[in-house]
Ligand binder design. Structure first.
Ligand code: SIN
Length: 487
């Protein structure tokens, strides 16, 4: 892989961080390089901020809170609506930046921009609906009212696999609720975040209300967010391991947390399923972003009666996927994000093969950070690939006999984010949907993410829900008012 710099022409390219309405460098001009995983080229260099600078940014965000929360919900909604319109207007530029820095194929990047924008639109609307309650009184001289208020400064730690949508899914409800935000995008994909911030500036958000910190120093900055009393809420999307560390670090200030963590999604195909539909759903869910999403299928369970047919049709569809640089027309599968990601995929494949799995399709690394889209059959529960997220384009297929057996296998995981199954039996659909231990279930559907439904997991897949009418609640506090002496 090369490490030369490329010259990119993109009207949204911003290479400074954004604090209190100013585009800023890091102390001493310290920077780090953003690398295109498809080519190894340097896309741009951005500031590498330290803990003191982040603390100062938190102070500024906190200062902006009183005047921002005092805006009417309608005024905040207008700002969000302007931001939404700008994101849509600049969707092509945003998609290009995204593909260059995270490797996602461009058609998917464009899809993510629209998906990410939909959270801004949704929460612009929800801003006006943060109703409280009037509680019927239990005393003649007292009245009870519940109001909802902005929680205060929010820190958002976001992942590289969705450089835009995971920001808007956190930031839009926070801003709608009246809370200032500090976003820390990952070192792999800060450019989309900065471009998004530039559009928020253009939309007219006041200084200090949205701040974007670029840094490589994840652990120090995460610690500052957890320990700083002015940060009232931390919202994180990433690994379960890091989520646990943040929870420990946040204990001292009893930080309010939303955690969207790892998954190990089962995808069950029953004998009575429509096989073509199941293949289509498995393709969409497994190979989205080259297998690098928390809701990607991780384990495919196929019932005895249609196992051979499914494996054959699925393998044929996988063989037709085109691997390539995400900027190339027609590419379906881009690179893994980095060497660590590639090594994990290889480790899972090697472990499965050593324990008796068979390669139906692919099974090998390619040039650079690319890996062949792969189907493994004869997989069983002893293999690493069924126990841990592979986070790559490898689909392990496991044979099962009964409904009870497959539910037990699907639930035998510490994770519980997404799950999927295919069946044409309505009674079975209800039974299985209720029995699966997961925050989200796709029934005859492989693509379940949308701004209008709650996204989140059970067990070690996280705490809280994002998107939907529930998404605002995590950025607001409930306050109860008791009016006494009413005569
Ligand atoms: C994720 O993988 O973290 C998010 C996926 C989605 O929003 O669909």
């Amino acid at each position: 892989m090369k490490t030369t710099a490329i010259d990119i022409q993109n009207s949204l390219l911003r290479t400074k961080a954004y604090v209190n309405g100013q585009w800023v460098d890091a102390a001493g001009g310290k920077t780090f390089a953003v690398i295109n995983p498809a080519t190894g080229e340097v896309v741009a260099n951005v500031p590498d901020m330290n803990r003191e600078e982040v603390r100062a940014a938190i102070d500024k965000a906190h200062d902006s809170w009183p005047s921002y929360r005092d805006k009417t919900a309608g005024e905040r909604a207008d700002l969000l609506r302007k931001w939404f319109n700008l994101i849509i207007e600049y969707k092509e530029e945003l998609a290009t930046l995204m593909t260059l820095e995270c490797g996602k194929v461009r058609s998917e990047s464009l899809g993510e921009v629209v998906y990410g924008a939909s959270f801004v639109e949704w929460f612009a609307e929800e801003a006006k609906r943060t109703y409280g309650d009037v509680i019927p009184s239990n005393a003649k001289d007292r009245r009870f009212v519940v109001i909802k208020q902005s929680i205060g400064v929010v820190a958002a730690l976001t992942p590289w696999n969705f450089p835009l949508a995971m920001i808007t899914r956190k930031v839009a409800p926070a801003l709608a609720a009246g809370s200032p935000v500090l976003v820390k995008p990952p070192a792999e994909s800060p450019l989309t975040a900065l471009a998004l911030t530039y559009l928020a500036e253009k939309a007219g958000f006041p200084a200090g209300v949205l701040n974007t910190i670029t840094t490589r120093n994840n652990s120090e900055i995460g610690k500052e967010f957890c320990e700083n009393k002015k940060v009232r809420k931390l919202s994180f999307t990433g690994s379960t391991g890091v989520g646990k560390i943040l929870m420990q670090q946040g204990a001292a200030t009893l930080k309010k947390l939303s955690l969207e963590l790892g998954g190990n999604a089962p995808f069950i195909v029953f004998d009575d399923a429509e096989v073509e539909a199941a293949v289509k759903g498995a393709m969409a869910s497994k190979f989205r972003n080259s297998g690098q999403t928390c809701v990607c299928v991780n384990r495919l369970y196929v019932q005895d009666g249609i196992y051979n047919e499914f494996v054959e049709k699925f393998s044929r569809a996988v063989a037709a996927l085109k691997v390539g640089n995400g900027m190339e027309e027609g590419a379906d599968i881009g690179p893994l994000i980095n060497k660590k990601g590639l090594d994990k995929v290889q480790l899972h494949v090697d472990d499965a093969l050593a324990k008796g799995a068979r390669v139906e399709q692919g099974g090998k690394p390619m040039e650079g950070l690319f890996y062949q889209p792969t189907v493994l059959s004869d997989v069983n529960a002893s293999m690493l690939i069924t126990q841990d997220e592979v986070f790559g384009p490898v689909a392990p297929v496991i044979r099962f006999k009964t409904e009870e057996e497959v539910i037990a296998m699907a639930n035998e995981s510490d994770y519980g984010l997404a799950s999927y199954f295919y069946s044409r039996d309505i009674a079975r659909c209800w039974r299985v949907a209720e029995a699966l231990e997961a925050g989200m279930v796709g029934i005859n559907e492989g693509m379940i993410s949308t701004a209008i439904a709650p996204f989140g997991g059970v067990k070690e897949s996280g705490i809280g829900r994002e998107g939907s009418k529930y998404g605002m609640d995590y950025f607001m506090e409930i306050k109860y008012l008791c009016f006494g002496n009413i005569k």
